[in-house]
Design a protein around this ligand. Structure first.
Ligand code: AMP
Ligand code: FE
Ligand code: FE
Ligand code: ZN
Length: 285
């Protein structure tokens, strides 16, 4: 069984439609794939309709959140959510707020770049996003297409990273509130790439323990952005806190170098996740 529980389609910041993404997963020999677009469930029905026979699809999402340390500025954290009820009003409302927040901050990032002479146009970026969830990768692609940088990675390294003068933070959900919303909607909250230092500041063990206290059910341990010692540390924490351990590629199509299935989840951990999710069901034969 090959199980990859974290991928993005063009409904958010991946480059393949949900149907193309599932075809990629199938061709790569995966048995199970999680569709986890940022802050939206718009891809779920498309994935259900396009599912190749034999492939199990886990409907999910990656919620943009923040952790508030006592003595430092907030830290951006991502919360994977699986098998929740997409119609839960409180959770649906919060996702809508986040998408609106993304539009406002994206426009501010682009305005600041344009003011310094970078040839990027907000309306064009929104249009190219297909009306989906707009994020920094869309701005990165516009910079590549304008010939400013060679790749999406280079755009992040130079202009769009969290320490850049062009970076604008979003008012993301307090992660404890996010965990509560996922649980209220019958879903399984899993802390995504918790020690990915290349993305910015990361939280301490105290935060992960507090998240577990708030109802977190899993930790994404095997992730392309985690070094071996970071995986070992997270595995130890999951063991101490009684959390499910997941592994996944965080595939974004051609927006990232990582191939689908680059990291995977053990079958017994997947079974535990399935047993904990009551808000929706996987799409399977
Ligand atoms: P946003 O949600 O708009 O803040 O953008 C975050 C997204 O950008 C993540 O979900 C990744 O897809 C991508 N990303 C973040 N950091 C990097 C990086 N260093 N290089 C390439 N892509 C990145
Ligand atoms: Fe992303
Ligand atoms: Fe993420
Ligand atoms: Zn992701």
């Amino acid at each position: 069984m090959r199980i990859d529980l974290h991928t993005h389609s063009s409904v958010s910041d991946g480059t393949e439609s949900p149907a193309e993404l599932l075809a990629t997963a199938h061709a790569a020999g995966l048995d199970v794939v999680g569709l986890t677009d940022h802050d939206t469930t718009a891809g779920w029905s498309l994935a259900e309709a396009a599912r190749p026979p034999g492939l199990t699809v886990v409907p999910g999402m990656e919620l943009s959140c923040r952790w508030f340390p006592a003595d430092r500025p907030p830290i951006s954290v991502h919360l994977l959510a699986y098998l929740f009820d997409p119609g839960h009003p409180g959770f649906a409302g919060e996702r809508g707020r986040l998408r609106a927040e993304r539009l406002q901050r994206g426009e501010r990032i682009v305005a600041a770049l344009a003011a310094d002479g970078y040839p990027v146009v907000w309306d064009r970026i929104v249009k190219r996003s297909g009306g989906g969830v707009v994020g920094r990768p869309h701005v990165a692609r516009a910079l590549v297409e304008a010939g400013v940088v060679e790749s999406v990675d280079a755009a992040f390294a130079t202009l769009l990273h969290h320490g850049s003068p062009y970076y604008v933070a979003k008012a993301d959900t307090d992660v404890r509130e996010g965990i509560a919303l996922v649980r209220a909607a019958g879903g399984v909250p899993v802390f995504a790439h918790g020690l990915a230092t290349k993305r910015g500041r990361v939280v301490g063990d105290d935060a992960i323990a507090a998240m577990a206290e708030a109802g977190l059910l899993g930790l994404e341990v095997d992730h392309p952005d985690h070094a071996p010692h970071e995986r070992a540390h997270l595995r130890g924490l999951a063991d101490d806190l009684g959390l499910i351990v997941t592994g996944s590629s965080d595939y974004h199509g051609s927006n990232k170098q990582t191939p689908i299935g680059a990291c995977t989840t053990a079958p017994d951990q997947f079974e535990a996740l399935l047993a904990a999710g009551t808000g929706s069901a996987p799409y399977r034969d």
